[in-house]
Design a protein around this ligand. Structure first.
Ligand code: TRP
Length: 338
């Protein structure tokens, strides 16, 4: 039986944070390590440009940071093909054909794009490329005939939109050229890491993120600044664990569930101080992030090798995408000269 094919990726608009790690990177590394899948991981620089056209330097600088983040968490170029979106011209051509299969009103209803438009205060002055990026994302996925897409749960609407495009394409052009993808999401309840401040979303723009590249001192300072229970003033006071970021993070990161249960009990009863639980969380995080940071520093010593890896991955990805594009052109009939 043919292997399942994974296509996934991230926009390079900064370094990746531990929300990305929990939301999707961890899943990708685990799937990669099973050896069961053919994996393609894309750095979506063109998608990043859809709302950063005037700041290409930011995207260029972030590209290498994201590549380092991938290598640091254990994405292994021998097992996964890491590549750069802009180096695969077939993706743009696929996007062009797919745009004709999607209506403006359907794009307006895409909940992820809707939320981003609101968050960025675009209103009607939204760049057309940004507005249509779900279609370009369908091109990314279908170019590799990927059936699995490990992403954060905010990306589900992109997958729905991709499936619709696949169904329209195959039915209009009368051939099963494209493959419908499924999302692969983190286990329920552990997939979304809130920010340090308790905001539901960890993000660069909110300034509430811990980055994979943060050094030990920065990590510790961030943990010490975390939102806990504002009414837990004296150590002896009973404390709240709901909405308390230290316990939310412990639930997600600490493998010692019994210990976390005991700490929660103690905290709720009173007599356990915030500084103590924060120091403990810092140890738990350092145990997991320390090795990632170290690998990142190692890879960062030889950036030319990282670029060479991306180039090689892009060449491999390009050959696959060109093959799909040829089938798409055939199906539509825009192959006039044989
Ligand atoms: N939209 C993704 C993000 O916000 C990046 C991305 C682009 C992607 N193309 C993709 C993810 C295809 C999965 C599949 O980071």
């Amino acid at each position: 039986m043919a292997k399942d094919i994974i296509l996934t990726g991230d926009r390079p608009t900064g370094k990746l944070h531990i929300g990305h790690y929990i939301g999707s990177l961890k899943n990708r590394v685990e799937m990669q390590n099973t050896g069961k899948y053919e994996t393609f991981i894309m750095i979506a620089d063109q998608q990043a440009l859809t709302d950063n056209a005037r700041d290409p330097e930011k995207i260029k600088n972030s590209l290498i940071e994201v590549a380092l983040d991938y290598l640091a968490v254990g994405i292994d170029p021998k097992l996964s093909t890491i590549f750069v979106q802009s180096q695969i011209p077939a993706l743009a051509e696929l996007n062009l054909y797919y745009l004709n299969l999607v209506t403006v009103s359907r794009l307006e209803r895409n909940p992820t794009v809707k939320a981003e438009i609101a968050q960025k205060n675009f209103e009607r002055s939204i760049p057309a490329g940004f507005f249509t990026y779900p279609v370009s994302q369908a091109a990314d996925i279908t170019a590799f005939k990927a059936n699995l897409v490990p992403v954060g749960d905010d990306q589900e609407p992109m997958l729905e939109q991709t499936r619709e495009i696949v169904r329209s394409f195959n039915s209009i052009y009368g051939k099963e050229v494209l493959v419908e993808p499924q999302g692969v999401f983190p286990p329920k309840g552990s997939g979304r890491l809130p920010g340090l401040d308790g905001n539901a979303k960890m993000s660069k723009s909110l300034g509430n993120a811990i980055y994979l590249a943060d050094d030990a001192d920065t990590l510790r300072k961030k943990v010490m600044s975390m939102y806990t229970d504002p009414n837990h003033i004296h150590i002896e006071d009973p404390g709240q664990i709901e909405g308390n970021m230290v316990f939310t993070y412990l639930d997600i990161f600490d493998p010692d569930k019994q210990k976390v249960a005991k700490l929660k009990e103690h905290y709720q009863a009173g007599g356990l101080g915030d500084v103590k639980i924060k120091r403990y969380l810092n140890e738990v995080l350092e145990a997991q992030l320390g090795p990632i940071r170290k690998r990142r520093e190692e890879f960062a010593k030889d950036l030319p090798s990282v670029y060479a890896m991306l180039k090689e991955g892009s060449q491999k990805a390009n050959a696959v995408a060109e093959q799909t594009l040829a089938e798409v052109r055939d199906a539509i009939g825009v192959n006039y000269f044989g």
